[in-house]
Ligand binder design. Sequence first.
Ligand SMILES: Cc1ncc(COP(=O)(O)O)c(C=O)c1O
Length: 416
Amino acid sequence: MPANLSLETSIQLDIQKIRADFPILQTQVYGKPLVYLDNAATTQKPKLVLDAIQDYYTQYNSNVHRGVHFLSQKATAAYEDARKKVTAFINAKHAHEVIFTRGTTDGINLVASSFGRKFLEKGDSIVISAIEHHSNIVPWQMICEERGASIKVIPVNEKGELVLDTLDELLDDKVKLVAVTYISNTLGTINPVKEIVARAHQQNIPVLVDAAQAAPHLPLDVQDLDVDFMAFSAHKMYGPTGFGALYGKEEWLNQIPPYQGGGDMIKSVSFKKTTYNELPLKFEAGTPSIAEGIAFGAAIDYINSIGLPNIQEAESQLYAYAVDALSTIEELRFIGEAHNRAASISFLVGDAHPFDIGEILDKQGIAVRTGHHCTEPIMQYFNIPGTVRASIAIYNTTEEIDKLVTGIKKAVTLLS
Ligand SMILES: Cc1ncc(COP(=O)(O)O)c(C=O)c1O
């Protein structure tokens, strides 16, 4: 263990107590204790979140927003309480600026579709970056194709950092929106979002931030960042799958048309004319995932009970420990070595295919992800088929990192 990185942080945060909150961490895989290092794909869920789902279905299952009866009012109150928790979590000015979605992908598609239909014209462009997840590329390509617009890309360098020297040149008067990730799910790069927003705003261009990987790892403050839209997913922050939030500044949400039509998003409907509901319901057509929404609120309670600044501090120490420990493997090459990074570490081992390394680790109870991680343009840039990715969460320990290192060394021996 590197000398300056002891278990102190873990002890301060009482990591064993945290681990006890996650029932799945007791699981054995192939007779070995589970070492779960696939948190960028989805995190495990604490008992508080599992109980919130169970309580809803066993005690007050009912539809929201439309019932006069007791159960419906209780469900509505719990669901709207979750919205207030998300609002506080990201320091939004108003709860109606928080739109509930199915996740990051859904939130970005909403903005691409609604903003695109309203503001994108032939010859316009959207600026994204070279290290985006497919869900912050493809929706823009689709709407650009429909509107006769195009995408422009902020380039990346060998370390996995965005080359921002090019930004001012890219931001010409045809650019209608900038969409960038806060933290790369593949490289772990933390982008200087506040700077990007400030520079785009100098040209009066709004910015969408994909915070899927940032929300579980660092404090988010939409007012301080001054972002115009921000999307994230509950399941990557200890909450349930199929749920997330889109933050949008009130003035933008009021200007763009609804995404989908249906129940809840209307004020009144006739065959002649339909009028739309106020924010946030204007963007929330149909019965939502109620249990998941309430459980998302519970996940935020859970994160708050530890404190995001504490999480950030503990995880950055564990991340540094992991980088140091992995560096002792001679055959290992990092993909992405940005100065500022968090959460995900991508690497290759000798000539081995990432899939083979992943399979050997799996047999030792270690869950990592292999492949392109929905970031094919990153693979094209580095000219590689994929990577092995280890990604951490609050319950991971230095012992688990040591097991990862031992597992990779075993893979090296087996494959040589
Ligand atoms: C950076 C980033 N953006 C977007 C997404 C898509 O999130 P979801 O599948 O929850 O919609 C992911 C998921 O891995 C991601 O890592």
